[in-house]
Design a protein around this ligand. Structure first.
Ligand SMILES: O=C(O)CCC(=O)C(=O)O
Length: 398
């Protein structure tokens, strides 16, 4: 994931190969204790407390904080999942997957983001930012049913916990550089499911051409296995895959994670191709808005819930009365459609309107109509458009 470079200059030490807690590779209906939900809840505080990486990673601590389940999916289940993987890759290559940031292709590996995506890469360590809703494809149904649901039903993760999946399709010669999954974005544990051919996940290794620092620990990841990283292995030591760790010409992994729910004001919304001003506007207009003008007699009043780059239109269930300004009407409103916010130049386009900084205030958004084929100025010199009035931060806040 977050492909940050390791600066680790660890002393040489022997490689220890996986003798950690192993899942039994039991069939899907085998009894396994239900996941301790506290373990999944405590991660925010835990992450905040995360300090620096260990300077001399301890193989035993790495091993003890990994849970490896080989054969979690049997060969028949793997074949079915792999067929869906191929189908998804084909759709990605054909441009049929929704979301501008769903597919990231480099010569030897392709990454697919589902559910929630984020910015990552060289130089972004510690500054990874969540991409707005709609920037990546929702988690596909096949992945939910064939990969996530069995983990839930075996009690390895709470139902609904996985809200972000990255699928890495590695070919010969590819690698994923040593990194720690951004602790301010992702809760622990982190799960990685493996398909097609096996590979070794190495902990605490340097990726310099001389391989000056050998891995402190290496974990084989076989077809149909799932590895859970928590505590020390997830936070105190980097993990990665060097080209020599690939044991076949193709491996596909799925990284299953849960986003730390941050208060909206602390969420970094970032649209990589947009201008700084457009990104700023996106972050400022998150929340609930209503039309400034009263709806005509017999019509319903409309509210607009802005989440990321998506605007959900909410229509009041009763024809509007003089009480159309009453924000409680939004609570009983029904969803009437979705618009997309499009960053364009120094502003945003939505439903035929353009918003830029001079027409923004925390209380009102004055959208200007985009009508290039017509004179856009009325006789009094003003530009026609529509105005939204701020109602609240969310439906729960009214
Ligand atoms: O492919 C894997 O199993 C690990 C990938 C990984 O660490 C990541 O995508 O963050």
């Amino acid at each position: 994931m977050a492909a940050t470079e390791t600066e680790g200059v660890y002393t040489s030490r022997p490689i220890l190969l996986g003798n950690n807690k192993q899942g039994s590779g039991i069939s899907l209906d085998a009894a396994v204790p239900l996941a301790d939900s506290n373990k999944f809840m405590a991660t925010k505080a835990e992450n905040a407390a995360n300090g620096e990486l260990a300077t001399n990673p301890c193989p035993m601590k790495i091993c003890e904080s990994l849970t490896y389940s080989p054969g979690f999916w049997n060969p028949q289940q793997c074949a079915q999942i792999e067929a869906w993987i191929d189908d998804t890759c084909w759709r990605g290559a054909a441009g049929l997957l929704p979301g501008a940031n769903t597919v990231d292709t480099t010569p030897c590996r392709t990454k697919y983001f589902f559910g929630n995506g984020y910015t990552y890469g060289r130089g972004l360590r510690g500054r990874e930012a969540l991409l707005p809703l709609g920037a990546v494809c929702p988690i596909p149904d096949w992945l939910q049913h064939l990969v996530i649901a069995p983990l839930e039903s075996r009690g390895m993760i709470p139902p609904g916990w996985v809200d972000s999946v990255v699928m890495n399709d590695y070919r010969t010669g590819s690698s994923i550089v040593a990194h720690v999954d951004p602790p301010r974005l992702f809760a622990r544990p982190i799960l990685t499911a493996s398909f097609f051919e096996p590979a070794r996940l190495v902990f605490g290794a340097s990726f310099d051409p001389e391989r000056k620092t050998p891995p402190a620990y290496a974990q084989f990841l076989t077809r149909g296995s799932v590895l859970m990283m928590d505590g020390y292995s997830a936070n105190k030591v980097t993990h990665g895959i060097r080209p020599e760790d690939m044991m076949g010409d193709r491996r596909v992994s799925m990284i299953l994670r849960h986003l730390i729910v941050a208060p909206p004001e602390s969420l970094t919304l970032y649209y990589p191709d947009a201008s700084a001003c457009a990104n700023w506007l996106v972050s400022q207009i998150q929340g609930l808005w209503r039309d400034a003008v009263a709806p005509s007699t017999g019509s319903r009043s409309r509210f607009y819930l802005v989440r990321g780059l998506l605007v959900t239109i909410l229509m009041s269930s009763q024809p509007a009365s003089s009480a159309y300004k009453d924000p409680r009407a939004a609570k009983f409103a029904v969803e009437a459609g979705i618009w997309q916010l499009l960053p364009v130049g120094e502003g945003l386009v939505c439903n035929g309107g353009f918003l830029d900084e001079p027409h923004f205030s925390p209380r009102a958004l004055e959208w200007q109509y985009l009508r290039p084929w017509k004179c856009n100025t009325e006789e009094d010199g003003s530009v026609p458009g529509f105005t939204w009035i701020h109602v609240g931060d969310d439906l729960s806040s009214i």
